[in-house]
Design a protein around this ligand. Structure first.
Ligand code: NAD
Length: 487
């Protein structure tokens, strides 16, 4: 049935309710209040979006006009900056993101990062001369060109919607691709406003960016399967990433995957235990633990285990869970009832596996609306417990003892994931441990790796490829060798 829609799809340069005219609700996870509706894209809409992206790539000068693309990216950054207060409120309400994070990774930082990709496109060596050679006696001049991959299908999750949408759009557009973005059903407005800004406030040509919000995950699968799409960039769970990779195989398209994690926070025996454990608590439950690279396994020296548990539990209890619009809140709600139920399943499992709660373990008191979990610290488990191995994606940390640096490295690396990690201790030892971790990023003594110029991604089942940085930009490029006969 047709309904009016608050926010629209972006198809071939036009904002539209889509073929079916349907809409679905987006909800404030802190209160369960319905914020409004978004257009519910259909398979027909996805088909149009892919067709438009294909045409814009094949039939316009978008992919070859670097100066124009750079100008469009800067326009987009400026337009998003102008609307940052509106975007900030949407992000807090729709994502449940604590306000303080919107001044960094949830909004302002990824908007600024668009400028970095524009500058990279401007200064990039698009063509390199390899000089003259005589392969098989043929005098030849060789040049290597880097070219856009083509039509990019971008599929994103709900936890950091602007960061992830823009970390795909920025480099994909800078590199000369056209894009179909399929955001997560839980956060359609964050993506739909981006569509409005692109359509109304930039010169990005029709078809170059298409945004299809939908309540139906199957539209993501459709995007992966369509032969007109050249490359799929996916961020989400490892389970879905596996499906994406398998279905992309049918058309042999490139996939690049940013997936889950269960990262370790290692406290060495010469670290300041109080400072390290307090920081582990803070970083472990920021945004209710809904970050792929959050360090959710805390590894502490065995002979100081009880002390570490006490410090960490005290910090977690003090931080608590609170209203995301309050600028002092670190841990807000979790995104949905489904996600809360999933986390509660893990809390029950932790007890069945022999664990106990040093703090938390349930829903915070006095919050009968919204989706809430108390910051929780689980003790008494070893690294073979499922609770210690599987991604929970909530404000739930497991603390385990280690018997020195080698043992800490062994436990940290004993994981199907390899996304991130943190080490606290004297600089030389912490650095040596960081070098041995099988993960895509490591923080040493609180260093921050998040930045436009730093590649981010995972080892093992945390993904394939890198986002951000020059490496992230080059994921969106093809390589062409041109060999010309010469004298
Ligand atoms: P999810 O895998 O359920 O969904 C992600 C996206 O995939 C959504 O847009 C969804 O609609 C779409 N999708 C679902 N089924 C699909 C299919 N068969 N084919 C194609 N697309 C499909 O993940 P989520 O619950 O939205 O997000 C949480 C997960 O994302 C966590 O596992 C987290 O670790 C991961 N994540 C990873 C990173 C990273 O950079 N490594 C960043 C953020 C989140």
């Amino acid at each position: 049935m047709s309904r009016t829609t608050d926010r629209l799809l972006l198809l071939d340069g036009r904002l539209t309710p889509g073929a079916g005219g349907g809409a679905f609700e987006t909800i404030d996870p802190a209160t369960e209040e319905v914020l409004g509706t978004a257009a519910d894209g259909t398979p027909e809409d996805m088909d149009r979006a892919i067709g438009a992206a294909r045409r814009a790539f094949d039939e316009t000068s978008w992919s070859s006009d670097t100066a124009f693309r750079v100008r469009c990216l800067r326009q987009l950054r400026e337009a998003m900056r102008r609307r940052s207060e509106e975007l900030r409120e949407i992000t807090i309400r729709e994502v449940g993101a604590p306000r303080f994070l919107t001044f960094g990774g949830q909004l302002d930082a990824p908007v600024d990062d668009l400028g970095w990709f524009a500058e990279l496109a401007e200064s990039y060596e698009w063509e390199r001369d390899l000089g003259r050679a005589e392969p098989m006696g043929m005098p030849t001049r060789r040049r290597i060109r880097r070219e856009a991959a083509g039509v990019v299908g971008a599929i994103t999750p709900w936890n950091f919607p602007h960061q992830i949408n823009l970390a795909k759009l920025g480099p994909a557009l800078a590199a000369g691709n056209t894009v179909v973005l399929k955001p997560a059903p839980d956060t359609p407005w964050c993506a739909a406003v981006l569509g409005e800004i692109i359509a109304e406030e930039t010169d990005i040509p029709p078809g170059v960016v298409n945004i299809v919000t939908s309540s139906d995950h199957a539209l993501g699968a459709q995007l992966v399967e369509d032969p007109r799409v050249d490359l799929v960039t996916f961020t989400g769970s490892t389970a879905t990433g596996r499906t994406v990779m398998a279905s992309a195989a049918a058309t042999l398209k490139r996939v690049f995957l940013e997936l889950g994690g269960k990262s370790a926070f290692i406290v060495l025996d010469d670290a300041d235990l109080k400072a390290a454990c307090s920081y582990a608590a803070f970083s472990g439950i920021a945004h209710a633990g809904q970050g792929c690279a959050i360090t959710t396994r805390i590894l502490v020296p065995r002979d100081r285990y009880d002390e570490a548990v006490e410090i960490t539990a005290r910090s977690l209890s003090r931080l608590g869970a609170g209203d995301p619009s309050d600028d002092r809140t670190i841990c807000g709600p979790v995104i949905s009832a489904r996600q809360r139920d999933r986390i509660e399943g893990y809390l029950r499992l932790a007890v069945e596996e022999g664990g106990s709660f040093a703090c938390g373990g349930g829903r915070p008191e006095g919050r009968d609306k919204g989706f809430w979990i108390e910051p929780t610290l689980i003790t008494g488990l070893t690294n073979d417990a499922r609770t210690a191995r599987e991604e929970i994606f909530g404000p739930v940390l497991v603390i385990m003892p280690h018997d020195g640096d080698d043992d800490a490295v062994r436990i940290a690396n004993d994981s199907p994931y390899g996304l991130s990690g943190a080490v606290h201790g004297s600089a030389d030892r912490a650095r040596a441990v960081a070098a041995r971790l099988r993960t895509g990023t490591v923080s040493v003594n609180g260093g921050v790796w998040y930045s436009a110029d730093v590649p981010f991604g995972g080892y093992k089942q945390s993904g394939i490829g890198r986002e951000m940085g020059v490496a992230g930009f080059e994921e969106y490029l093809e390589t062409k060798a041109i060999a010309e006969i010469t004298t």
